[in-house]
Design a protein around this ligand. Structure first.
Ligand code: CA
Length: 522
């Protein structure tokens, strides 16, 4: 089954649709632009590609059976490729796309949400780096062990393990064996392989780095759901909070919050562009909007203030959550991501009923996490990817890129920042960390894509250049572009800055252009 995709356009209704689809496949929407990296020189086409490809059907390879293998003709900018579908017990399916003219680069594309579908590499609006297949890369993707169905798969222990951590290490050897049959051993042995994913796919990326450090030469983790247990506990708490009488925060009030945040914080980066590039300097208390007379859309009651404060406040305990960022509240309110909205609720419902309690008939609002302490510990050990000791990964020369949108209200950017800081400490300091991990933050960008900022950026080309040539991504002047500007507006372009740097307006020049900004340390 193909991955459902949609692109958040300027129409808010479509954005809302994207969000609903995202409840099942969290990384569904995004943008794509051309690659910025030089590719490997003069790749040679595979001889007898048609017979080699179709001859794979029915073969048993490394525990998998090939169920489909088609040589698909070039179409537009997508080159001719052998597309292979294979499966393993119980329901682990994967796809390998092998260009006839291959650049000796392979990308394993992560999934998202509760998974259950195979990421489509030909979709120009995927949530990862754009135009992967157009650049002659082999792509690999998997359903992570089950087919759609929301979170119901979690009642099956084997499927839950595959979702948690086992799918990629099961699939990759079989996919690489298929590649060897197509391209020959020598090329596959010398080729570089990377993993990229956002959201749930960002968590999968960090699973590889932490538990299977020998599988990939490079890993790109975007907006990772790596503090899974804390994240889904927080979703439960916010769902309960906004269910209290008078505690729900309407879309109009979310817009009032956004306006108040921008009034205080937008200009801190040198230009008022509805992008907060200095979140470290942005301080806002929802009580500043407390209703003084009759309630209106522009003010908050005590119950609504309590909800909003809960949204931004970090939580503590065994499974903490870092608290949400300021900015983008109104626009993300329309996609129902924030303030215990439908997406938070759907995720909480799936996790707590099927992963934790394993009882679909429970009422979400009555669930007490204290009842499930041992089960949460068990799930955390399986699913969370919070280990900051990456010494095995670093020791073999592998590289890690972290990325996050800074107004992501589904997975807070503060979560990624906290993880990165722990990795730096564990590595022995900034200089030691810089050798193998770089972290980039995108102001004004929502969950994986969208927002007022520049959300679309190629990280795969710079990653391969880092692996193959030793060129650090932060040294090549990466530029991000806004995928979905408002109607009639010009797409925003910004330099993509390495944390903790931010794009500071130069004081003159077109604020839509990256040349008007300089990556600056706070
Ligand atoms: Ca600004």
């Amino acid at each position: 089954m193909r991955h459902s995709t949609c692109r958040p356009s300027q129409q808010r209704s479509l954005a809302a649709l994207c969000a609903l689809i995202a409840a099942n496949a969290l990384v569904a929407c995004g943008g794509g632009n051309g690659g910025s990296s030089s590719d490997v020189a003069v790749p040679q086409p595979v001889a007898n590609a048609l017979s080699k490809c179709t001859g794979l059907v029915g073969q048993a390879i490394e525990g998998a059976v090939v169920t489909r293998a088609d040589l698909i003709a070039a179409s537009g900018s997508v080159p001719e490729r052998c597309s292979v579908l294979a499966e393993m017990p119980q329901d682990l399916r994967f796809e390998v796309n092998m260009p006839t003219t291959w650049t000796d680069r392979t990308v394993f594309m992560g999934g998202g949400g509760f998974d259950g579908s195979i990421y489509d590499p030909t979709n120009p609006n995927g949530s990862n780096s754009p135009n992967i297949i157009e650049r002659g890369y082999v792509t690999i993707a998997t359903n992570h062990g089950h087919t759609a169905g929301g979170a119901t798969f979690a009642l099956n222990a084997e499927m839950l393990n595959e979702y948690a951590y086992l799918a990629v290490p099961r699939v990759l050897p079989a996919a690489q064996k298929i590649m060897r049959l197509h391209y020959g051993d020598a090329r596959v042995t010398r080729a570089k392989t990377i993993f990229e994913g956002c959201s749930g796919g960002g968590r999968q990326a960090l699973i590889q780095v932490q538990r299977y450090p020998n599988l990939f030469d490079g890993v790109i983790s975007r907006a990772p759901a790596n503090s899974f247990t804390g994240q889904f506990t927080w979703y439960l708490n916010t769902t309960k909070q906004v269910a209290k009488p008078g505690a729900a925060v309407s879309l109009a009030k979310l817009q009032a919050i956004e306006n108040a945040v921008y009034a205080k914080c937008d200009g801190l980066d040198g230009v008022t562009d509805r992008i907060v590039s200095r979140p470290d300097q942005c301080h806002f208390d929802p009580a500043e909007l407390k209703c003084t007379g009759a309630e209106t859309d522009a003010c908050l009651t005590d119950g609504q203030i309590e909800s909003a404060r809960m949204f931004y406040a970090p939580t503590t305990g065994q499974y903490p959550w870092a608290g949400m960022p300021f900015g983008g509240e109104g626009q993300q309110g329309t996609t129902a991501y924030v303030f215990g909205g439908p997406v938070h609720q759907a995720l909480a419902d799936g996790y707590w009923k099927y992963f934790v309690a394993q009882n679909p008939s429970l009422d979400l609002l009555t669930i007490d996490p204290a009842v499930y302490v041992s089960r949460l510990d068990q799930l955390s050990a399986m699913i969370d990817a919070t280990n900051a000791d990456l010494s095995r990964f670093k020791a073999r020369g592998a590289k890690l890129i972290l990325w996050t949108g800074m107004t992501d209200s589904l997975i807070t950017p503060n979560n990624t920042t906290e993880y990165y800081s722990k990795v730096v400490d564990q590595a022995g300091g900034q200089a030691a960390a810089d050798e193998f991990v770089e972290y980039f933050t995108a102001p004004g960008v929502n969950h994986c894509f969208g927002g007022t900022g520049a959300d679309r950026v190629d990280l795969i080309g710079p990653m391969f250049d880092w692996i193959e040539k030793g060129t650090h991504p932060s040294s090549v002047g990466m530029v991000a572009t806004q995928s979905t500007p408002l109607p009639g507006a010009t797409a925003v372009r910004r330099p993509l800055c390495k944390y903790p740097q931010y794009p500071k307006y130069n004081g003159s020049g077109d604020p839509n252009l990256e040349t008007s900004f300089t990556c600056t340390s706070p």
